[in-house]
Ligand binder design. Sequence first.
Ligand SMILES: [Zn+2]
Length: 401
Amino acid sequence: MPPTATLLRPAAVFDGEALHPGWAVLVEGQRITAAGPTATLAAPAGATVLELPGLTLLPGLIEGHSHLLLHPYNETPWDDQVLKEPLALRVARATVHAQRTLLAGFTTARDLGTEGAGYADVGLKQAIDQGIIPGPRLLVATRALVATGSYGPHLAAVDDLPRGAQEADGPSLVQAVREQIGRGADVVKVYADYRWGPGETAQPTYSLEELTLVVQTARSSGRGVVAHASTAEGMRRATLAGVETIEHGDGGTPEVFRLMRQRGVALCPTVAATDATSQYRGWKKGQEPAPARVEAKHRALEAARQAGVALVMGGDVGVFPHGDNARELELLVTDYGLGPLEVLQAATSGNARLLHLPDRGRVAPGLLADLVAVAGDPTRQVQALRQVRLVMKGGVLYRQP
Ligand SMILES: [Zn+2]
């Protein structure tokens, strides 16, 4: 049970939009009940007062793209995780991943596909919500949808091989979407393209009609659709079909990004995954010029920003270690030229808005008491996000100084 009331007195509060030095925050039960200048906030009788000198208090960070059921590919290749790791092993690992995510200050995560682990994300979410294991609040995508023959593992000679996602095509997509929703999907993820072209080049998978069917079926249940897409044509089709966010977007052209802007589709660039996998493939970052994939990501992000596309903060964590979620924000600042305030806004109030989570992402009365305190000022130094000293979720402290 959370204490009845906690008054937090940090050096400053970042409320999801701006930094407020000298503010304090009052938490009662699971919610924030007041935030403002310290002098205006009195502790109610029986309240715990937490003095947090030198720390900045901010809304719990929101991870926009995780895979709790995966671990880094330089430890075990993706194919081997899907084909050889028993489900129980994967779930046991995922419980640790969930804890690391929370303790890193990420109190919510949108988990975009179990990659062959079925509906294990739904059970993981239940275990977190029931307080059995510590972890972030989850939005889960379950199995994700792929066009037949497009997704891995790629061993065409073997029948009935496990797949990293659910294959469905044409009208049967309706049933597949409804199945996933019925089993607990909060969002529906669809792969609009994949590396199934000649020479394993990325090529579109689903037709515009198929993607539209997925979006209409999901939307009828009140859910949005997320599209994996890295080709301009896959992105174009996904955007026209009405998906809400596009993941990766490496091959996006200025025209496609303008279309996304017009249709209100956000981009989750996942720069950290590209950075990690490029290094797994041998790139000696800092000593060698950036490989073509990293160059493409730079061009795409630049074009997306010029077009005014909203950015979801999400690193595709799982490709790199869970708990290292801040890497996406750091790289966007150090390698891609975004400002620390901009990425911090995006990872809190921005992600909350784009992922339809009006009860979090800001420090304001009535919102969930999901709060993080870090040493220093993360609105000026993104590296401060590595100095997590306090994590509170729903008024419960999971980490404190
Ligand atoms: Zn992913």
